[in-house]
Design a protein around this ligand. Structure first.
Ligand code: ZN
Length: 458
């Protein structure tokens, strides 16, 4: 598993030939790794001077500091897709609650308040996919389909000035070429023909799609065969719904007995699931029915019934990395039981419960939820549901563009970025490849600068 790095934020400074300076931000996320946590309170720019903000998608490492930016004086428009705008109230209010509980525990001031969240939501400007909008006298923006998450977008920014060549920037945010819940439309030809600079994520820049190890179904069947309990950790948005659909498919193909109960516990995950069903969120009509049979929604009050049930069962719960939410109840309960499986279905950042359990051997002591327990359960990890394209898929994505002037690699571990940058140079052959790092500036054409703050540092 590669290290992914959270806390995405790109600052773009455009010095127009008229001497006017335009500054905009693409994403403003929270750092989730413990070692970078203190960086959350340092905004690397003067928020009052930012002319507009663009949001690629609703993951907390891309949006978690928007209210902090507002608290620090940002008051202009935040552009995002219509679906992202529908999801942001849930996502930001949840982020506020998590930050608030952490700061209470540490006895420090919270990064922002619920009022800052409200003020942030008032600045949202919902945008349609493929529609080009003017956000400044000299700047146009187009949101394009992206398989990473419902509502996610690739963002094209076109900067023009009379007598000068246009600057065209494409931000991938987190990128995936496919999604089981919606179709990912091809990029329009007029964009493929543009002279272009791509700011490309590289989470899986050193791993090809052929290297994915598919073990989820096997692990689950093995545990249930032994009458055990499966605790599957999921992210509330995207992953939870994918796993529900996967379990439904397993029931349909006879791989999973419909008599085995499935419990789904996680307030935010249940609310997102409800939105998928009721609102649609760009989900294909045939995918609206994705819930498995014998599914019970669990809340705080009914949780004890699940914990007391000794029969074989599947518990789907949050948070995806195991450090927050009902996972804090289920993991301590099942970690010490031999016939249990604790299955992580996504990335587990450093310092999280998921990461800690990875580094604990069977039979060793581990501290979970204030308890010291002997690790007896199987703890498994899989990358098969990852919402990021792999290196070969990202290369294929880049190869579509006919006139790549510059590719700037960001959002990945340093060594991964280097490996991926070299591969781009070899296989895609753009004019230039750059690696974005902490406070790196990159000059784009004659008058554009990109500064990124989203990467792992040496
Ligand atoms: Zn993401």
């Amino acid at each position: 598993m590669q290290n992914e790095v959270t806390g995405s934020c790109n600052l773009i400074i455009v010095k127009l030939p008229s001497e006017e300076t335009v500054r905009f931000v693409v994403d403003c996320g929270l750092f989730q790794e413990r070692e970078y946590e203190e960086m959350n309170s340092v905004l690397p720019f003067n928020a009052e001077n930012i002319d507009f903000c663009l949001v690629t998608h609703v993951h907390v490492d891309h949006i978690g500091r928007l209210p902090y930016m507002v608290r620090n004086g940002f008051f202009r428009s935040i552009y995002a897709t219509e679906t992202t705008c529908k999801l942001l109230p849930l996502a930001l209010n949840d982020s506020f609650k998590v930050l608030n509980s952490v700061s209470k525990r540490k006895n420090v001031k919270s990064l922002y308040s619920d009022v800052d969240v409200e003020r942030t939501l008032e600045l949202l400007k919902p945008c349609k996919y493929n529609e080009t909008i003017k956000v400044h006298e000299n700047i146009k923006v187009t949101f394009l389909n992206n398989g990473h998450l419902v509502g996610a977008a690739l963002i094209l920014v076109q900067i023009s000035y009379p007598g000068y060549e246009d600057i065209n920037l494409l931000f991938t945010g987190d990128y995936n070429n496919k999604n089981m819940f919606f179709d990912v439309n091809p990029i329009p030809q007029w964009i493929l023909d543009l002279p272009l600079t791509v700011v490309q994520e590289s989470t899986y820049g050193s791993m090809d799609s052929s290297e994915i190890h598919r073990c989820f179904k096997y692990n689950i069947k093995k545990c249930l065969y032994n009458d055990g309990t499966v605790v599957a950790l999921v992210f509330s948005l995207g992953r939870a719904q994918e796993i529900l659909y996967e379990l439904r498919n397993m029931q349909k193909s006879g791989e999973l007995d419909v008599q085995i109960p499935i419990y789904f516990d996680g307030k935010l995950a249940i609310r997102y699931t409800d939105l998928y069903i009721k609102d649609g969120l760009d989900v294909k009509p045939e995918m609206r029915e994705f819930l498995p049979e014998n599914l019970t929604f669990v809340d705080k009050a009914s949780r004890s019934n699940v914990l007391m049930d000794t029969h074989k069962k599947i518990i789907l719960t949050t948070s995806g990395m195991g450090s927050y939410g009902p996972a804090q109840t289920y993991i301590p309960e099942y970690i010490a039981r031999e016939n249990s499986l604790i299955q992580f279905t996504g990335y587990t950042a450093e310092g999280t419960m998921g990461n800690r359990l990875k580094n604990t051997q069977l039979g060793e002591m581990v501290e979970v939820g204030g308890l010291i327990a002997k690790k007896r359960a199987d703890v498994e990890y899989t990358t098969e549901y990852s919402a990021h394209a792999k290196a070969d898929e990202m290369i294929a994505f880049l190869k579509q563009f006919k006139n790549l002037k510059l590719v700037l690699v960001n959002h990945g571990e340093l060594t991964t970025k280097k490996i991926f940058a070299e591969r781009i140079m070899k296989e895609v052959d753009p004019k230039r490849v750059g690696i974005l790092g902490r406070e790196y500036f990159f000059r784009v054409d004659s008058y554009g600068l990109v500064k990124t703050l989203s990467t792992k540092f040496e």
